[in-house]
Ligand binder design. Structure first.
Ligand code: EPU
Length: 418
């Protein structure tokens, strides 16, 4: 298994480009299965999660021609209605394939989806939504199957806001008979981006990006082109990188409008930041103020940016409170930061108190999940001495060739292949 070896303490300077959003690209690839025609997706990040979902659509019978940051997908026929066990177990987002396969073949079966170990991550809201659209749900051990001769439009109220749940229902409803209304829908930027794309391919979706989405089912989805929006989580992570390790870093190809709540808190922390169109320039912060944050669904502070923000707070002069109500496992990685010298008390699974400033010491650590993983990598960049980060598949799942991009800024980081 490969690992990263990092020598901390280097000042970083220069430019770094944000790649396409993982969580938009996964849903775009899945949606391509709705059509028999060709879909071209550009600005596709070259990351492990995308390789996995492309393997899954190929396994189902679609053709996927990939070249660097582009893929052409054509699903003339769907050969199977059972998703690959091995792949679905690695990727929670594999559940997004359920709707298109169900719509095309009348049935679909898959294991309980895997992915980041950040909490229980139930799928009850998906199953309830599919049932409302006329699907029968069957469970056998840890597998479930859905079947429906015909999918019909439905009024679906989400008792809890769910990003992939909203997207899954939206994608399925575009080919269901009649109108679907999704209420208390998620509003993350990936959702209107997907709706815009689907509409260009013949769908009739309105209201995406608001809590009420209306979808009029159509008989046929055509081909299309989609450019993936910039990854807002990568953008925010690079802001923290610059605050901790700059120098001066220019973050290119980003959309600051997608991380307003995060940027407001970064400014409260005293980080100097300048914005111009789709670029952010961030300076290393000498003095960081403590800031209390609570994560929230969009447009609030993204839970995926909580781990790097918590790391930033270990450098703040004073106490900060971090509240992450969305997933119950998202703060567990703070134990690893403590083993490096941080002073973080976990008050309960959703709340942590960070006492700063503390200095971190390098050591051997392992990445528990994607967002904690990149945070541990950043902690290695500021720690004294050598840090070894293992289990880096978790980081490669969401960040394209991260060590090469950091090396260009002056970081001392190597990928060691074992
Ligand atoms: N939930 C349920 N039942 C369901 C679905 C969700 O109770 O059927 C709960 C979850 O357990 C959680 C809350 O609802 O407590 C919100 O979860 P949501 O469904 O919104 O999360 P998700 O769609 O599985 C996406 C991103 C995550 C990101 C969250 C929150 C993708 C592929 N993943 O997950 O990204 O943290 O939204 O914004 O889009 C990541 O990229 O590292 C990542 C984990």
């Amino acid at each position: 298994m490969s690992y990263f070896e990092i020598i901390g303490g280097r000042k970083l300077n220069g430019e770094i480009e944000v790649k396409g959003a993982k969580n938009a690209a996964l849903k775009a690839v899945a949606s391509a299965l709705l059509s028999r025609e060709k879909w071209t997706i550009t600005n596709l990040p070259q990351i492990e999660d995308i390789s996995r979902i492309l393997e899954m659509v190929e396994d189902l019978g679609a053709e996927a021609k990939r070249s660097k940051n582009k893929v052409e997908i054509q699903a003339k026929n769907i050969k199977k209605s059972r998703l690959s066990e091995r792949l679905a177990g690695k990727l929670r987002a594999s559940i997004i394939l359920a709707g298109p396969v169900l719509a095309r073949t009348g049935k679909v079966s898959m294991p309980y989806p895997g992915g980041c170990v950040i909490g229980k991550r139930p799928i009850d809201l998906f199953l309830a939504g599919f049932q409302k659209m006329g699907a029968k749900v069957k469970w056998q051990d840890d597998h479930f199957s859905l079947s429906a001769k015909k999918l019909k439009g439905a009024k679906i109220f989400f008792p809890k806001i769910t990003v992939t749940g909203t997207e899954a229902m939206m994608i399925t409803a575009v080919v269901a008979e009649g109108e679907t209304i999704l209420e208390n829908a998620a509003m993350e930027p990936e959702i209107p981006a997907l709706a815009e794309f689907l509409n260009r391919s013949g769908s009739k979706i309105s209201g995406a990006g608001t809590p009420t989405i209306r979808i009029k089912g159509v008989k046929k989805i055509g081909g299309g082109r989609m450019k993936i929006i910039p990854d807002r989580i990568e953008t925010g992570t690079f802001v923290i990188l610059a605050a901790l390790c700059g120098g001066k870093i220019k973050i290119k190809n980003c959309n600051p409008d997608h991380i307003r709540a995060f940027l407001a808190n970064i400014q409260k922390a005293g980080v100097r930041i300048e914005e111009e169109n789709n670029e952010l320039v961030v300076w290393g912060a000498e003095k960081i103020n403590p800031v209390n944050v609570s994560t929230h669904e969009y447009p609030g502070f993204a839970t995926d940016l909580q781990p790097p923000f918590t790391l930033l707070m270990t450098r703040a002069r004073g106490t900060s409170q971090i509240h992450d109500p969305i997933f119950e496992g998202r703060l567990l990685f703070t134990d690893i930061l403590n083993s490096m010298g941080a002073n973080i008390v976990l008050n309960d699974p959703h709340r942590a108190t960070v006492q700063g400033p503390t200095k971190l010491r390098g050591r051997k650590i392992a990445s528990p999940d994607l967002r904690a993983g990149i945070t541990l990598l950043l902690s290695g960049l500021i720690a004294k001495g050598k840090t070894t980060v293992e289990n880096i598949y978790q980081i490669d799942r969401g960040y394209e060739r991260i060590e090469e991009r950091l090396q260009k800024l002056g970081a001392d980081i190597k990928r060691i292949e074992k």
